[in-house]
Write a protein that binds this ligand. Structure first.
Ligand SMILES: O=P(O)(O)OC[C@@H](O)[C@@H](O)c1c[nH]c2ccccc12
Length: 260
């Protein structure tokens, strides 16, 4: 059972695509976390990916990296994020997916983290620097807490690896759309549709596209061959500029009226 997967499937069952915005916890101060999350869930997002700032964010492009630096400068830690989320967890109507590198979780203590994260409304976890082969370190504690461990499938994975990652992924499959790091892009490779079809052929868990998606057009384009999208850098920038109209436009592009 995965609450995260169920939430995504309930969105796709009504014909919409799942839209998952990524935010950097602590960017602009931790006091922004609650109003930002509550406003995003009001817009009808399927889930919210909450990034924990980290000193060595290897997968992150400049936008997310700078947001992480600002959040760290504000004194943001994994523990403070979990505490802040817990303080309004009873107001959450969508699942949260935490994005954190492995070290902060190990420092927190895996068991303790899983238990606290559950109370904070966290239902999924992305650990970009943890290879599948090492997931036993965290998996049992997470499953006990009902937290899905989401795997990233890259464009360069071999077919065998793609199949293993896809089958291991819980909640959804995070299909990375570009080679490299996070950040808004203007164009994507042509053979992506085939790549997504192959990933989906291994599983009935929904496949979502992420990395580089930054315009309503991208959202509708990707939505034609997957179950939804994750948008990070564009959301982070729009929040800095307090441009909620841009965020609403992106979310609207995932709705049935736009995707048909
Ligand atoms: O910023 P983009 O290109 O829209 O991509 C999403 C991404 O930022 C978010 O999902 C994310 C931020 N940091 C990550 C690290 C690994 C995987 C994913 C992420």
């Amino acid at each position: 059972m995965s609450q995260l997967k169920d939430a995504i499937l309930s969105v796709t069952a009504r014909g919409d695509k799942a839209f998952i915005p990524y935010i950097m916890a602590g960017d602009g101060g931790l006091e922004k976390l609650k109003p930002t999350i509550l406003k995003l869930q009001q817009l009808g997002v399927a889930a919210i990916e909450v990034g924990i700032p980290f000193t060595d964010p290897v997968a992150d492009g400049p936008t997310i990296e700078r947001a992480g630096e600002r959040a760290l400068a504000n004194g943001t830690t994994l523990r403070k994020v979990v505490e802040t989320l817990t303080s309004f967890a009873d107001e959450l109507t969508v699942p949260l997916v935490a994005m954190t590198y492995l070290n902060p979780i190990l420092a927190y203590g895996v068991e303790q983290f899983a238990a606290d994260a559950k109370g904070a409304g966290i239902r999924g976890l992305i650990i970009p620097d943890m290879p599948l082969e090492e997931s036993e370190t965290v998996q049992p504690a997470l499953s006990d807490a009902g937290i899905s461990l989401v795997q990233l499938v890259s464009l360069t994975s071999t077919p065998e690896r793609m199949e293993r990652l896809t089958k291991a992924s819980e909640g959804f499959i995070y299909a990375v759309t570009v080679n490299g790091i996070t950040g808004a892009r203007s164009s994507f490779a042509n053979e992506l549709e085939e790549h997504f079809k192959r990933i989906q052929s291994y599983t009935d868990t929904p496949v979502l596209a992420g990395f580089g998606i930054s315009t309503p057009h991208h959202v509708t384009d990707f939505s034609s061959f997957c179950s939804g999208v994750v948008v990070g850098s564009k959301i982070v920038d729009s929040l800095v500029n307090e441009d909620w109209a841009a965020i609403e436009e992106l979310v609207s592009a995932s709705k049935v009226a736009a995707v048909k």
